[in-house]
Design a protein around this ligand. Sequence first.
Ligand code: GDP
Ligand code: GDP
Length: 457
Amino acid sequence: MSDTVAIVGRPNVGKSTLFNRLTGRRRAIVEDTPGVTRDRIYGETTWAGRRLSVIDTGGFDPASREPIPALMRAQAEVAVAEADVAILVVDGAAGLTAPDREVYDFLRRSGKPVVVAVNKADRKDVDPSLADFQALGADVLLAISAEHDLGIEALLDAVEARLPPRPPAAAEAPEEGDAAALRLAVIGRPNVGKSSLVNRILGYDRVIVSEVPGTTRDPIDTRFLWNGRPVVLVDTAGIRRRARVEGKLEKVSVVAALKALERCDVAAVVVDAAEGVTDQDQRIGAYAEESGRGVVVVVNKADLLPRGRTARREAEARVRERLRHLAFAPIVFCSAVAGHGVHRVLVAAERVAEAQRRRIPTGQLNRVLAAAVERNEPPFYKNRRLKFYYASQLGVRPPVFAVVTNSPEGVPESYRRYLVNQLREAFDLTGTPVRLVFRPRSRDAGRAAREPSEPAR
Ligand code: GDP
Ligand code: GDP
């Protein structure tokens, strides 16, 4: 679990510049899925041997027309809910403003450690004594230039000094049996019923093995046995806490989802049956897909849907339509409040976890590949028909397959998807991403290709 620092501040003070400066290319989120806007809000860096997650709280609503105090309040709430330390960025050239002061006071009252970074210190019109900003009464006030890379190390040192003490190594070690445990995260926007679902899952006759203890900032995972198998429910306390207290901020839910995704095998992406799939659900779904974790889509509050199979089928089609990037995931309907279908979430998650770990015997894999290629002839590339000679599995969690072909660069996306779907069906790889790596034919691969049904070594 990495420590988390949140960057807070008025528009235009240089938050994104600082975020980029801190995280460089190691940003977790860069690409866009068509139809889903993704803001770069979450990245990673390392300082003094500690992994630091960095949240740009200003990246949530770049085009927002909300008044600045409301925006900053929302940012500060994210920082309080999800970060260990807040960096308040102020504009050295603009001087101290009322919103700067308000957000500083809010953070201080919440008890969150704050480091104040006076940015744009490279400019001639910035008073190097920072006299203007002394009025805040901050215990750390640093002049920086995010753009020109000045004072960044001192800033990181100041942040590091305010992180909670490192837990003893033993606390970080996985508990016995954790390797075999299914690590399940329940994610989704506020009010879809995550907390109710978690309570249901834990409320039955579960044998709770342990609540891994931690300080207030630590995620608390709950281990229990389900059908005799160990399950770890990731960040149980966080889910309950967020549902109860924190104003149900949508932004917090995205950050929480990103953090939980880091730590799970399978994510239950919860949506609300009555409200349908919203833009925010799509965004969280896109992050889940990108993470490479297994996914189960949970349509909660199914008690609010009209009864009958047709209504159910229609609802499912609507969810599928709006969550196209999660087409590989099974959909489970449930009602956390009524207690219906909750066990099916666990059944589906368990199946997905098994699929992630599945090793396919090479002979079977190649029979399925050959049949798929025969059924749907590959296209031409540069006047030659694509040929697929041989496949082998490179790894699990998620399953990765190498496919030897006459032109790796010529395999169109549509054909790649076709092959993935054929493998998915043949080997029941529902819910897990499946990666294909196309490779050119080497002499070894050529030899193997002549013996396609050679059994796995
Ligand atoms: P945000 O709205 O707080 O995320 O601010 P941005 O990172 O988008 O920066 C706002 C403007 O300030 C941009 O034009 C940046 O180029 C500029 N800026 C950011 N950091 C610095 C700095 O250290 N020095 C100077 N002179 N300009 C900066
Ligand atoms: P969270 O913010 O995602 O953790 O959502 P909560 O678990 O706090 O639930 C939000 C609201 O939805 C609460 O009022 C719940 O009682 C309600 N709710 C949760 N699950 C269901 C359900 O299955 N059916 C119905 N009708 N309401 C539900």
